[in-house]
Each structure stands twice: as C-alpha cells, then as structure tokens.
Design a protein around this ligand. Structure first.
Ligand code: URA
Ligand code: CA
Length: 434
C-alpha cells in the first residue's frame, strides 16, 4: 500500500476500505507516515467527507491504537456519559452519582478543561485531598464496591487521536464532522463502556454553533456506536447561555452539591435528569424513560446522589465533609457584583464570552500544561428570560486579582431588551440507536 495513492483516492472522493484506513492510522501512529502526508489526507477528508463505514473503520483504528480499558469485571451494564464541552456544564458531577445511587455502575473517565470550556477533572481537584489517579485495578474495585468512580483519562489510550488532533489543530482540519465524531468516539470506545449517552452542545458556547450541525454530528456518533454494538443516545442541548448558575471549578462543585440536594438551577437539574434517565434505560435498569425519570426524581429528593457523591469523595481520598460544608472548598478573595445597567428582559447571556471571562480570571487554561485557579469564576443570579431593572444584581465575579476588564466583558455578554424574543429551549433533539 502506498500513502500517496490513499491520499489521491480520498481526494478524488472514492473512499478507503478498512485495511487502507488501518494502514494509515497504524503507520501514522508509529511515525512511519510524515505529518505532511497525513495533513493532506485530513484536508482531503475535510472536503470530501467520509462514508459511514469509513468513519467506523477510522474510529476503530484509533480506538485500537493504544490501551483499551476492559471493564468486563464490573458487574452490570456500564453506560458512559459524554459532553462535547460547554460553559458551566457541571452535569457529570450530578449525573454520575445519581445514576450510581440507583445501583447502576458508573466507571467514568474524564478530562481536563481547555479553552473556554471546563473539565470534570479540574472541578474535582478543587475538593481537598481528592485524587483522580487510580490504577485500572483500583478503579474497577471501587466501582464494584460503591458503583462509582471518576478518574483521569489514561495517557495511554488513543495515541492515534492525540497525534491526529494535534495535526488537525494546526492544519485547519479540526471542524470536519467525520474527524470530530471518530475522535470523540474512539476515546469513548477505548474507555470500555457498554453504551453511551452523548450530550451534544449547540450554541455559541459549544463546539457546534447551531442545532443543524450538532444534530449532524450526533447522527454520525450514534451510527458509530451502533456499528460498534454499543447502544448510543445523543441529546442535542442548548449552549447559548451557560448551564446552571456557576462557571468555575470550585464554584461548579458547589453547584453540583446544591443540585444533588435538590436546590439546583432549573436548567441544570432538568438536563441532569434527562441524561441520567437515558443512562438508566440504556443500562436496562429501567424499562422506559418515564420509569427511569420517576426513579431519579425520587432519588434526588431523598438526596441519595449527594450521599453517593460523598462516598466517592471519601474513597478517592477527599474530604467528604464538603457535601455538608461548602466552606471547605477554595474561595476567591473578592466577590464583585455584576450590576445591570439596563431595564428589561435578558434575551441572551453569551456563553462563549462568559467562558472566556472565566478563563481570564484564571478558571481555565489556553494551553494543555497551564495551571489554573480553582477558586475563581462567575456566578449568575439571573438567566435568560428573567426581567431585571437598572441596579439589579445579575451575578458575581469571584476573583483573586484585579478584574475591571472582566466585569466589562461579563456585562457585555448580557443582552437586555424591552421585550423577550430570546430562546429558552434546553433540549432540541434526541438521536437514538435503539
Ligand atoms: N473533541 C474531540 O475530542 N475531538 C475533536 O475532534 C473535537 C472535539
Ligand atoms: Ca454551571
């Protein structure tokens, strides 16, 4: 096989067979295909797209390029939950314990945040003592004992994706749906779950800017799951405004604890119940959505998810008292009020601008190895649809440094108009492999 021929074939829209895709991925991972040829191939894919079977071959080739977790020694059906990344998206910290509290095992691998979107691993690291570094054996043992563990994604999975993503990042080939879908799903498949619930964000703060594109991505990912014999459901959700009220690491842990206590923001609570319901159905714990939903609502009011969260914290070396005493979380030195300069209805709160402002405060990182400030972030007291008057408090900036510029940025993220013409939809669409 000859790399030039494979590039040519892809460029001319003829597509590749399984052995050709395996050849490309294996040799690229081993350093036997130079970056210039692989980038030409990515660009050819960008313009020509890929057929469904090609996308599955690519996904499997990348999933098989490194270590694959074997979760078969965990009893029961393991369903993974994945979000394409949002602002203030605290759902994993709520959904995982809630599902585990129903008796369904959750063996979750999470990542760090990058850019304006946060990561579950960073959020958890704001809990004093908590560690996400468990061996595979410890991870499995913990899930068998308490049904729940959240660890950092192993550096040994999907080396092909790591290399290819870095290449796409500098060759303007990131935003290709087949490449995005295979990148995400290869990591999911390598992490070893039996099925997937995907939260595909649509909006200014998400990876996909509009519902059509997000739905298209969701369809491709669900098809990959189905092809791999893993039941998969994708929920397309609103990421025009931040999810819930908190954006920032310790702030989002606080928000997760409040939500698990039944005191969460309406949108965040609803999305968590939605995703958790789909997980219970895929895990065959509930016969249908409404049965799952009822059970979860019962667990939520009994604070069973909160207890489970505390249990996980204790098992992973953290101070579980945090679930009763939020004062144990790191706290920023200053709370600066965000005061409305207008009267009217909040038509939008630009999630991207809020995410960037949080990053400027130090809550996020621009580059992989940058350190972050776990205490800082943005707290919203008002959401899209609310009526406010001049002088009302829209929220607070939690800062450790001078933040005048951030205040400007956050204020300009709010669009306040005499009438409400905005969008309050939370869930746009659902795609299922079942
Ligand atoms: N997230 C991923 O993991 N991969 C992509 O290609 C895009 C977003
Ligand atoms: Ca939030």
């Amino acid at each position: 096989m000859n790399v030039y021929d494979l590039i040519l074939k892809t460029r001319n829209g003829r597509g590749l067979c399984e052995s050709e895709i395996n050849f490309l991925i294996e040799n690229y991972t081993q350093g036997k295909i130079p970056d210039y040829q692989m980038s030409a191939w990515c660009m050819a894919v960008y313009f020509q797209g890929m057929k469904a079977d090609e996308i599955s071959y690519l996904t499997m080739a990348m999933a098989n390029s490194g270590m694959r977790y074997d979760l078969s020694s965990i009893k029961g059906i393991k369903i993974d939950k994945h979000s394409t990344g949002g602002v203030g998206d605290t759902t994993t910290l709520i959904v995982a314990p809630l599902v585990a509290a129903c008796g369904v095992p959750v063996a979750k691998m999470s990542g760090r945040g990058l850019g304006h979107t946060g990561g579950t691993l960073d959020k958890l690291s704001s809990i004093p003592g908590f560690t996400c570094e468990l061996s595979q054996a410890q991870f499995i043992e913990q899930v068998n004992q308490i049904k729940l563990a959240i660890i950092g994604q192993s550096a040994e999975i999907t080396p092909a994706d790591k290399k290819l993503y870095a290449l796409r990042d500098v060759t303007a080939t990131v935003d290709s749906l087949p490449l995005i879908a295979s990148s995400i799903m290869s990591k999911k498949l390598a992490a070893g779950a039996d099925g997937f619930v995907l939260d595909v964000k649509a909006g200014v703060g998400g990876f996909m800017q509009n519902v059509e594109q997000a739905t298209e991505l969701a369809k491709i990912m669900v098809a990959i799951g189905k092809q791999a014999n893993k039941p998969t459901v994708a929920v397309i959700t609103n990421m025009d405004q931040p999810l819930g009220c908190m954006v920032g690491n310790a702030l989002e842990v606080q928000e997760a604890i409040l939500t698990l206590s039944g005191e969460g923001a309406a949108d965040l609570t609803e999305l968590c119940l939605e995703l958790a319901s789909e997980m219970l159905v895929l895990a065959k714990h509930s016969r249908n959505y409404s049965e799952a939903r009822q059970l979860l609502e019962k667990k939520l009011s009994a604070k069973a998810g909160l207890v489970k969260f505390g249990e996980m914290i204790a098992y992973q070396g953290g101070n579980a008292k945090v679930i009763e005493d939020l004062g144990l979380l790191p706290k920023a030195k200053r709370q600066i009020a965000i005061v409305s300069q207008q009267t009217g209805y909040i038509n939008s709160i630009n999630a991207l601008e809020i995410g960037k402002a949080a990053m400027t405060l130090g809550a996020g990182r621009q580059k992989q190895d940058q350190s972050i400030d776990l205490a800082v972030g943005i707290e919203l007291k008002k959401k899209v649809g609310d009526y406010v008057e001049t002088g009302d408090i829209l929220g607070f900036i939690h800062a450790n440094q001078e933040s005048g510029q951030v205040l400007e940025q956050v204020l300009s993220a709010f669009s306040i108009q005499p009438n409400f013409t905005g969008n309050q939809d939370l869930i746009y669409n659902k795609i299922t492999s079942l």
